[in-house]
Design a protein around this ligand. Structure first.
Ligand code: HEC
Length: 371
């Protein structure tokens, strides 16, 4: 009895210091993580995230005077830096996105909910003794900080909203990412392309065709996240989880098209009809066109005949209120780009696609015959 009751005490006295030392040397950031807490967004930001229609990308030009730019940075004739204000856009390397742009637009494209970032993996902080690793870790964080992604994934951006994971989390910040997220970031899935991208030539050299985060060095970006996934023994189950997330997000792009059901859907008495609520997007597509996806490069797929979008400040477009080819007040014709009226051919089958907003589950996705 006596031995049993003093044993824990002995263990405590005898080994306490030593095990503390070990813990300290392998987890130098434990205290920082303990103190780490990201607040929920304010009511105002929550409204931007959840109740604001998609704000279309816009190119914004900012006076370059006083900015720390590299020699290669492209400037306009008026000495301005021009950047695409969109979650796929990047500002020049070395500058945080939020130094040049607000998050108003980016906030309307990503998932809108707040999932407080935290530590989901405990890396050995001795990893940072490897100078190359430490440099890569910082480089990746700096690269992501130049993108609209930073609006929701970088607590040092000052955006007022960080959700999911945080590229400014303590120490080895990838500890805020799950293995499945590392695999997504490594660009291991072709679905990454479905998020949309700018050509590097108009995006300050940032390419998004090979990795999930746009980067000036795709090989280095991919290698970093791939090595992180391997270091943490990422498994088949992690990859399946990632695939499942992508399917949930993008499955709607591959849904079968059905025949419009008369008299609720299609062209009814000369107007566009669907069986449901108001929408912000109306498309008439060639029958075999792909489903419209994310801007900046997937929202007007080949075979788009007419694309009409409600203005962000206007009410949604209602079924039965729009005549094909006629742009009502409070909406803009995105295609044909030159503003011309689309020509529909009698007897031809087209596809009607209507959606409450960009990449939101559609209201109608059906074929009709024009006559
Ligand atoms: C409007 C805010 C917002 C923006 C902007 C944003 N994200 Fe996210 N992102 C989120 C939220 C919220 C989640 C989900 C967090 C959760 O539920 O764990 C998320 C999750 C992710 C995930 C993990 C997905 C998963 O299923 O686990 C990845 C990877 C990701 N984002 C990458 C990006 C990239 C790349 C960009 C920029 C091109 C970006 N995000 C921009 C809000 C945003």
């Amino acid at each position: 009895m006596l031995i049993a009751s003093i044993l824990p005490l002995l263990t405590f006295i005898g080994c306490g210091d030593k095990s503390d030392d070990t813990a300290a040397s392998s987890d130098a950031f434990a205290a920082e993580w303990d103190a780490y807490a990201i607040s929920a967004p304010t009511a105002e930001i929550t409204t931007q995230l959840t109740a604001t229609p998609f704000l279309w990308p816009e190119q914004v030009c900012v006076d370059a005077t006083g900015l720390e730019l590299t020699e290669d940075t492209e400037l306009s004739e008026d000495n301005e830096v021009c950047v695409w204000d969109n979650f796929s856009g990047n500002v020049p390397e070395g500058i945080p996105f939020t130094d040049l742009l607000t998050c108003d637009r980016s906030f309307t494209q990503g998932p809108p909910w707040f999932a407080p970032p935290g530590r989901v993996y405990e890396s050995d902080s001795a990893l940072l003794d490897d100078a190359e690793y430490a440099e890569d870790l910082e480089w990746v964080s700096d690269q992501v900080a130049t993108s609209g992604c930073a609006c929701c994934h970088d607590s040092s951006s000052g955006s007022g909203h960080t959700s999911g994971f945080d590229i400014s989390a303590p120490g080895i910040w990838t500890d805020s990412m799950t293995n499945s997220q590392l695999s997504m970031a490594a660009g291991m899935f072709s679905e990454k392309d479905l998020f949309g991208h700018y050509d590097a030539s108009v995006n300050h050299g940032f390419d998004r065709t090979e990795s999930l985060f746009a980067t000036t060095d795709p090989e280095r970006m991919k290698a970093f996240f791939t090595a992180e996934f391997e270091r943490r023994d990422g498994s088949e189950a992690d990859l399946e989880e990632a695939e499942g997330q992508f399917d949930a997000l993008f499955g709607r792009l591959f849904e079968d098209v059905y025949d419009c059901i008369d008299p609720y859907e299609g062209i009814i008495e000369g107007t566009i009809a669907w069986n449901g609520d108001g929408v912000r997007q109306i498309y008439i597509l060639e029958e075999d066109a792909e489903t419209p996806g994310f801007p900046p490069n997937l929202h007007l797929p080949e075979g788009t005949v007419w694309a009409l979008f409600a203005d962000a400040t206007a009410a949604p477009l209602e079924s039965g209120a729009v005549i094909p080819g006629v742009v009502p007040d409070g909406a803009m014709q995105a295609w044909p780009e030159d503003g011309s009226t689309p020509e529909l051919i009698e007897g031809r089958t087209y596809r009607l696609y209507t959606s409450p907003d960009v990449m939101i589950p559609r209201e109608a996705n059906c074929t009709f015959t024009w006559n």
